[in-house]
Design a protein around this ligand. Structure first.
Ligand code: C2O
Length: 547
């Protein structure tokens, strides 16, 4: 592979959307940020220089970071933040991966403006397991706030309530014609008839899973999270924050007498407020037909809470499972874990003169895994681990099962209380892990897109209601389960994943709905070094930021 250099200057830029200008944190003044392109096997050197007052860190979402955890990016997990005036060189090699991933800020809510596509092409002597598309187009969904998202989340955390919702969704940074003042800020895809386009879809939205559809067109899903899948056709895509997917769009054989809208809007099952708006883009055929105005067709999206659609869509995702791209599912499991994931509340204990907390019944919102709401450390866990100074920083006793035993469906139990702590699971190198993630439904059933850093996993089973340990494992797919880095824990249900802890380091796992992460729905896995030299974490780079 070759070495590719990028320079990321973190700086403020005035950007106007919805007739509202704001100064926001960007990479190189661009919104969305620059597209990073590499080939499988290449080394990426991205020098990030921070010119703003906010602390910064950048995560390469979905990159395995084999032995190079120092470049992973989550602040206070693998590195201290890059402070004002400082630089850090992210140095990593793309090993055994090709497809669409993305990069984003990984500190507070800065990823709302600091994000962009990360495209990994196959090796130059390699090809796709499908015919080469005529063109490839990144389509990155985001959320726009008229106000400063940093203020939105800090206010929510101070008052204990839910954050203000965004003002628009965006496609490649553009809200589209269904919003005020946005007709000119519309993403347009111009296509030729009779060709295949590969859309590289990325959901960079902060807090919403999205349905996406193009009027009168079906697409073929060929990859999710930079792993090939058995191709299947669909009119609508469901994509959670953190997830990516390559889909093929076959255009009609000749220019139709119409223009087509593409729409994205949220899938929501929980209660509470959310942004129920729709971003639109336009699919236009060329050459333009010299006619009167063409009719504009709109797709029909599933209902807002169409969990059946989502379950059916995700059950169709299967690993390609070819000789070249096998599904290496662990058959034998060394360690089993059962994690409850969900929202809860904490007593309101801050506010010197009796602040009223704005969560349910005067409480403050919390989110947890096994009733533990993760507290961010003030130093980076990976450094503490590497230097043998984890004592007092991270508690290695993250429970394998939740303490309170209750039904996770039906009438919510009274015990919604969480404990705060920086607890981690420590795994021996190469441990094969089975993890069942159960949605608790305590504050209304809600889907949680769980993202694991540093390790891809196989989704071997999913279901609704309570996970049944005596029957459900018998139905696991151990032949061609989909491999990914972010999976939706179904609303009111469970999902089972398996992975091999073959990457030494400290790996963050969290809900990719940013507000849930802020409320504590996160934890970390510590994978110890193996015995062989190539099973050990590399030493930290000299410019690694200090806390
Ligand atoms: Cu895309 Cu830890 O995140």
């Amino acid at each position: 592979g070759t070495t590719r250099h990028y320079q990321f200057d973190i700086k403020l830029q005035n950007v106007t959307r919805l007739c509202h200008m704001k100064s926001m944190v960007t990479v190189n003044g661009k919104f969305p940020g620059p597209t990073v392109v590499a080939r499988e096997g290449d080394r990426l050197l991205v020098k990030v220089t921070n010119h703003v007052q906010n602390n910064m860190s950048i995560h390469w979402h979905g990159i395995r970071q084999l032995r190079s955890g120092w470049a992973d990016g989550p602040a206070y997990i693998t590195q201290c933040p890059i402070q004002t005036g400082q630089s850090y060189l992210y140095n990593f090699t793309v090993i055994g991966q090709r497809g669409t991933l993305w990069w984003h800020a990984h500190i507070s809510w800065l990823r709302s403006t600091v994000y962009g596509p990360l495209i990994i092409l196959p090796k130059s002597n390699d090809s796709y397991p499908f015919a080469k598309p005529h063109k490839e187009v990144p389509i990155i969904f985001g959320e726009w706030f008229n106000s400063d998202p940093e203020a939105v989340i800090s206010q929510a955390l101070q008052t204990g309530g839910g954050p203000n919702v965004s003002d628009a969704y965006t496609i490649n940074g553009l809200p589209g014609p269904l919003y005020n003042c946005s007709a000119r800020d519309t993403f347009k895809l111009r296509v030729k008839p009779g060709k295949t386009y590969m859309l590289r879809l990325i959901n960079a939205a902060l807090n919403d899973e999205l349905f996406f559809s193009i009027a009168n067109h079906t697409v073929t899903v060929v990859d999710v999270d930079a792993v090939y899948v058995k191709p299947f056709d669909t009119e609508t895509i469901i994509i959670a924050p953190g997830q990516t997917s390559n889909v093929l769009l076959k255009t009609k054989p000749s220019s139709p007498h119409a223009t087509f809208m593409m729409l994205a809007r949220p899938y929501v099952t929980g209660q509470g407020t959310f942004d129920n708006s729709t971003v639109a883009g336009i699919l236009e055929y060329e050459p333009p037909l010299k006619m009167k105005k063409l009719p504009l067709l709109k797709p029909v999206l599933p209902a807002l809470n169409d969990t059946a659609f989502v379950a059916n869509f995700t059950s169709r995702l299967r690993s390609l499972g070819s000789a070249k791209f096998p599904a290496n599912v662990p058959r034998k499991v060394d360690k089993k874990f059962f994690f409850t994931v969900g929202l809860g509340t904490n007593p309101c204990n801050h506010g010197n003169n009796g602040t009223t907390c704005q969560g349910p019944n005067g409480t403050m919102f919390a989110a947890s895994i096994n009733n533990i709401s993760f507290t961010m450390p003030t130093t980076a866990l990976l450094q503490a681990h590497y230097t043998g100074q984890s004592n007092g920083v991270a508690d290695p006793n993250f429970p394998s099962y939740p303490k309170p035993t209750f039904n996770f469906t039906g009438t919510p139990p009274n015990n919604t209380m969480v404990m705060n702590g920086t607890k981690v699971v420590v795994l021996e190198y190469n441990t094969s892990v089975e993890l069942v993630l159960q949605d608790t439904s305590i504050l209304g059933a809600e889907s949680h897109p769980l993202h694991l850093h540093g390790i891809n996993f196989y989704v071997v089973g999913q279901g609704f209601g309570n996970f049944d340990p005596s029957n459900d494992p018998g139905r696991y797919n151990l032949v061609d389960p989909v491999e990914r880095n972010t999976v939706g824990v179904p609303s009111g249900g469970w999902v089972a994943i398996r992975f091999r802890a073959d990457n030494p380091g400290v790996w963050f796992m969290h809900c990719h709905l940013e507000v849930h992460t802020s409320w504590g729905l996160k934890m970390a896995w510590v994978v110890l070094d193996g015995h062989l030299p190539d099973q050990k974490l590399l030493p930290p780079p000299a410019d690694l930021p200090k806390c």
